[in-house]
Design a protein around this ligand. Structure first.
Ligand SMILES: Cc1cc2nc3c(=O)[nH]c(=O)nc-3n(C[C@H](O)[C@H](O)[C@H](O)COP(=O)(O)O)c2cc1C
Length: 203
């Protein structure tokens, strides 16, 4: 198959992208609206882009309808703060609930049965059930396009990291304890319990 994105339906192109770029880590992003409503949503267009300073990015795509910005993007644009909570297998179900298109005045911690705990440096709370939290300050947003399915790049500087003490030894997180999940295409997910090691060549 050869796909020319300019000649194709964007939803088909999307399916190829999310089937090919796998597995994708999941950022469960907590934000708070200017009115104080807590919001949670998962984003798998997510990665780290700098270690010094630590910087991560994720991408809320456009919604159809009069307000194309997802609540997460609206809140971050207004408050410039968010928290990335890493998703372990045991909260997969709750993470999935937060992907529902809830109205902006719904507290998605309550909707999903997840527990908010205060962050140290930003207003949005952390998810207690998550074992790694990244408190972030907005660095930059970039609208990629205003077409349907167009993405918005959200770049954030991680100003504080929290890792469950029992999951980490000398800064190395134990993947067998973390049991992070990744997103595949469609409704599929991957576990991170089947791994193999390779030593990098010294050239
Ligand atoms: C595992 C998973 C990953 C997702 N990744 C993305 C993503 O990268 N970008 C996006 O726009 N939506 C993504 N979604 C859909 C959003 O979570 C969904 O649109 C959500 O309602 C947005 O919430 P908000 O309006 O509260 O920000 C994903 C959903 C799931 C279940």
């Amino acid at each position: 198959m050869v796909v020319d994105p300019r000649e194709s339906n964007y939803q088909d192109v999307y399916k190829v992208l999310i089937g090919a770029i796998v597995p994708r880590p999941i950022a469960l992003v907590s934000t708070i609206s200017p009115e104080g409503i807590r919001n949670l949503a998962p984003f798998s267009f997510f990665t780290a882009i700098s270690a010094n300073p630590p910087v991560i990015c994720f991408c809320p795509t456009r919604k159809s309808g009069p307000e194309p910005r997802k609540d997460t993007l609206r809140n971050i644009s207004a408050t410039r703060e968010f928290v990335v909570n890493i998703v372990s297998e045991e909260i997969a179900g709750q993470m999935n609930i937060t992907s529902g298109d809830f109205a902006a005045d719904v507290d998605e911690f309550e909707a999903a049965g997840l527990t908010p705990i205060p962050s140290d440096l930003v207003k949005p709370p952390r998810v207690a059930e998550s074992h790694v939290h990244m408190e972030c300050k907005l660095y930059l947003t970039l609208e990629i396009s205003d077409l349907p399915g167009g993405g918005n790049l959200v770049i954030g500087e991680v100003i504080r990291l929290h890792v469950d003490d029992t999951y980490v030894d000398n800064f190395k997180i134990d993947p067998d304890k973390l049991r992070a999940i990744g997103r595949m295409g469609g409704n599929s997910y991957a576990r991170t319990t089947d791994r193999f090691d390779m030593v990098r060549p010294k050239v």
